[in-house]
Design a protein around this ligand. Sequence first.
Ligand code: IPT
Length: 966
Amino acid sequence: MSFRTTTAVDYVEDVSPGTGALPPRAWYATSDAMALSLNGDWRFRLSATADAEDDSFADPGFDAGDWAEIAVPGHWVLQGHGSPIYTNHLYPFPVDPPRVPTENPTGDHLRVFDLPADWPSDGGAVLRFDGVESCARVWLNGTDLGEFKGSRLPHEFAVGHLLKPGGNVLAVRVHQWSAASYLEDQDQWWLPGIFRDVTLLHRPAGCVLDFFVHASYDHTSGEGTLKVESDVDGRVTVPALDIDVATGESVTVPVEPWTAETPRLYDGVLASEGERVPLRIGFRTVVLEDGLIKVNGTPVLFKGVNRHEWHPEKGRALDPETMRADVLLMKRHNINAVRTSHYPPHPAFLELCDAYGLWVIDECDLETHGFVEQAWRDNPVDDDRWTPALLDRAARMVERDKNHPSVVIWSLGNEAGTGRGLTAMAEWIHGRDASRLVHYEGDINCRDTDMYSRMYAFHEEVERIGRGLDGGTLKSRELPFILCEYGHAMGNGPGGIADYQRLFERYDRLQGGFIWEWIDHGIKDERYGFAYGGDFGEELHDGNFVCDGLLFPDRKPSPGLIEYKKVIEPIRIEGWGSPLLERGRDLGEGAYGTVRVCNAYDFADLSAIAFEWAYQVDGETVESGMLPVPALAPGESADVKLPEPPDTGSGETQWTVRALLATDTAWGPKGHQVAWGQFPVSAPPPVHVAQREAPRLGDGRITLGPASFDSRTGALMSVGAVDVAGLRLDVWRAPTDNDDGAPWQPDLRYGLLWRKLGLHRMRHRLDAVELTGDALTVRTRVAPAARQVGLATVYRWTSDGERLRVTVSVSPEGDWTVPLPRLGVRFGLSGAAARVRWFGGGPGEAYPDTRSASELGRWESTVDELGTPYVRPQENGARADVRWAELGGLRIEGEPEFWFSARRWTNEQLDDARHLTDLVPGETVWVNLDHGQHGIGSQSCGPGPLPQYFLRAEPTEFSFVFSEIS
Ligand code: IPT
């Protein structure tokens, strides 16, 4: 009999990890022992406080007939009970550890179940919870089993003695806030509930308890050594390797090693007297050697992402298909590593990482970031009372996940400051598992860790670190470096990642990084499309800082992911001496006959890759074929002869060479593009328009070739039959999250400065409309109210009778201390303009420092599809290097190439919008033709654009040629 009182909730505010649970052990999905999933519809009752209801609901016979139903796994706040809260690091309750507020939403969950008819009557049973946020108390058939904390960690209870064939009553009380909330202050939604599986496991007599698979690889001999330590004696068999040994015995045989690139797994079985557990064994050895992280003797370069678990409707209750989708998307975008920010993921995710091949930094469920607000005073990680809870978390992670070859690094947690508790965790982990390395970014001196790790360090500092000139403790200077977070993918961006990648590749000590982050945590919402912080009336919140991923909430890749895929591609294809950015430079005859292919994999050769070449004229392929490339070993490169280019006469010509999967693989179909390179043969011919026509004045209009203008204002009205509205200089873009930057970032926040200066409300003063024999010249001054700065802007219109050319000359006046957001012209076309064709960069969006993936070619799209649906609307959708574009009956050529965008709302409307649903298409298609765009950077949490991507206010001239499409 358990004693109950309505106030017996002291455990909620107890710093201890809990009582009653079994010791942690290795997790496995299946064995030949029976298991019963208790996922499904449960009865549910929400109370406003922890002790509002007594616990009689746990008694057999309690009638919950009038309770609501809730899906388990799930979060109640996403199922109509209460609402989610988003804060980055602020605790959404008064900081007074370990106390929590009286208002403590508490969900009582009830499920009645029968055992299957064939459930064995012998042996015991274990009830396993894979994840409950944040604190739960459990009863089975009226017996109090105990309570636990550690939201993203498993907890098991022995229940065999309590089970009945039918009518078992499982009662779980879940409190949203508990002492553990102080340890779980990750930058994400607060989402209470039983959000991972609940399973009843039969435990036969003589079953397997805990076991540790040690499978190392000796790269000098090509042999693997296997030893399975097991709490219960048994045998280990691996048929493919003829292994049949006792547990605890080690055996060495020739094997194929496991790497993220070549994820060779061997199926095996651990058989104890009472149970057979399938094993998936990957042989690999992780060491710190010569100041480098090496796997199987080779230093690795992490091309990683930080992955939170996210689903726009289910929150962190991820189904297997979603986990698989994440892994496939990562593999298909050349990502080779995941940091499981900031907690151990659902264990099935790690099984997928083993099978498909991803390096994993498995991070403990620990973050106390909110204490930064009080200079880290009272931080639980530096308070011995909390150390048992920290050690419990470390053990639950390591014991659960220790048999995954994909896990190469343990991370103590995130943003928890420093303290004795962290040291205790690191010591325990090092002692328990010497076969992996330990990471923790907050340990800047690397006292407890095996690598120097930072987040959002600027390029310049990363370069210094690469060169070993960064100072720091003796220990940290000897360690390899990773950026556990960089490239903040909030909204449009991240910019500058290609520049980081070049540094990683240049300096051995820099072993890569992990983009922040994988997916936007937007919540599907009828009102807004996707909701973010503040949309649920939260008292404190951090807005759309929760939407900073490479994927949109619905898992559609954002341009940031496409860029990242290109930046980290494992095969580099370069035209001799002609990197993409130098396109158009005359390199002389003969230099173009070869392509250099470099294998940038760490382990795989190129035997799985087929190469294809295409010779293109004005973006159209005129000839193509396969390119025989040797199966280069990792790190090797070869100069491969290209075929003789066909004689095509005039036009802009280039080679495009693609690296494709030669056959279907586990993660991508045959023909999937892994990498590509493009390099010019001849530059674009000049856009020539003879100045033949003279402008003519008559009847309120000026005509010039196909165009007509307002004679008073000099404004362009039409080109042939195409009406053109409001053509004028435009410098404004709806600031991106990265333009606005974060208050704590040191670079100037231009998004705010632009607005302060008034660039969003520029006035256009008309100074003169001049007609001469060969041109119409319109002189203006473009400037914001209240400021002295301005842009003297002259539009010079000429025509050969058919085509209309405008040359725009811009001369800054006054003291311009900020770069310009954009510089070009904008105008309106009829809303009927829907289809767009262009020759230039595509198919997707690009900006000066996010343009690696922009491929020069002929593209087609629609105005609607040109736009990128950032969850918080902001500047988007530009196409780079556009030679010409056609839409709405108009052809536009640029000299030089230009940035093209078109949308059904103005930049000002885009700027005003807070959610996608605020963007209402108008009658006009607004087109921007930009000579320049300011870089993007990643200042929403990192550096602004590098200086070379600045759009400085300086005297500039650029031209466009308009003609009607016949
Ligand atoms: C860093 C956090 O580790 C991560 O959880 C996330 O909040 C990210 O920033 C920003 O999106 S902490 C950083 C503010 C120093």
